[in-house]
Write a protein that binds this ligand. Structure first.
Ligand code: PRP
Length: 215
C-alpha cells in the first residue's frame, strides 16, 4: 500500500542513535528527527515512516500493544518480559552478556538459600529454577554491583559489557547465561497486515548492517 506509515519505537540513548543511523542508511532518513525541537514523533511521509523515542525498557510494550509496528529492544529485555512479538533481525549493536557475578573466590554453599540481586528477576528465577537452586530475589533498579559488596546479596545477575564495573568492584563473572544484542521486533498484527513494507525495511536494515560490518 502506497500511503502506509510504519511506526517505529526507538530506544532513547546511544543505541537508539546508532539504530536510527541504520534506518537512515536503509533509506528511511527523517529530517524532523535530526532537528527535534520539542516534538515527540517524527515523520517522513514520503518514505512512509514515523519514529518516536521511548525508554529502552518500554520499547517492547509499545510494540506488543501495537502503538508501534516496529521497535528495537535488547535481548535482555525480551528475555525478561517475554513480550508477544516477532523478533525479526539481530541488529548486532549493543552487544553484551547476561551473567551471574560474585565476589572473587565466591563458593556457592548449597545448604543455604542463595540471595540474588538483580534488575532481571524473571531471568534470574528461570535460570536458578533450571538448575534446581533455591534463591531469594532482591529486586533492584540500578547499581546492582553494590549489593554483594554491602552484604545485601551473595551474587548478582546483571549485564556485563566490558567487565570494567565488575573489576573495579572486586567482582567477577561466575557463570555466563546468554549473549545479548539489539533486535528488530514487530507487532504480530502489523506483521500480518503490513508485511511487505516491514520486510522491505528489514531487508534495508540487513544491508546497512552488512555494510557497517565491512567498514
Ligand atoms: C550496566 C550494568 C552494569 C554495567 C556493565 O549498568 O548493570 O552495571 O552496565 O558494563 P561494563 O561491563 O562495561 O562495566 P548501567 O550503566 O545500565 O547502569 P545501572 O547501574 O543503572 O544498571
Amino acid at each position: 500500500m502506497k500511503d502506509e506509515i510504519i511506526n517505529v519505537a526507538l530506544p532513547k540513548g546511544r543505541l537508539g542513535d546508532n539504530v536510527y543511523e541504520l534506518f537512515s542508511k536503509a533509506g528511511y532518513r527523517c529530517e524532523e528527527l535530526e532537528n527535534p525541537g520539542r516534538r515527540l514523533t517524527f515523520e517522513n511521509a514520503e518514505a512512509g515512516i514515523r519514529y518516536f523515542w521511548v525508554k529502552p525498557s518500554d520499547v517492547a510494550i509499545y510494540v506488543e500493544k501495537g502503538a508501534a509496528d516496529l521497535g528495537v529492544a535488547g535481548k535482555d529485555i525480551l528475555t525478561e518480559y517475554r513480550p508477544d512479538i516477532y523478533e525479526l533481525l539481530d541488529i548486532g549493536l549493543g552487544r553484551c552478556r547476561m551473567a551471574v557475578a560474585a565476589p572473587k573466590n565466591f563458593r556457592d554453599d548449597h545448604r543455604r538459600t542463595l540471595r540474588v540481586a538483580t534488575k532481571f528477576p524473571s531471568t534470574a528465577k528461570r535460570y536458578y529454577s533450571s538448575i534446581g537452586r533455591d534463591i531469594d530475589i532482591i529486586k533492584l533498579n540500578g547499581s546492582i554491583e553494590l549489593a554483594p559488596i554491602l552484604g545485601l546479596s551473595d551474587v548478582i545477575v546483571d549485564i556485563v559489557e566490558t567487565g570494567a564495573t565488575l573489576k573495579q568492584n572486586n567482582l567477577e563473572v561466575y557463570e555466563t547465561l546468554f549473549d545479548i544484542s539489539a533486535r528488530l521486533i514487530a507487532n504480530k498484527a502489523s506483521y500480518r497486515f503490513k508485511r511487505e513494507k516491514i520486510n522491505e525495511i528489514k531487508a534495508g536494515l540487513s544491508a546497512a548492517i552488512k555494510e557497517r560490518e565491512l567498514v
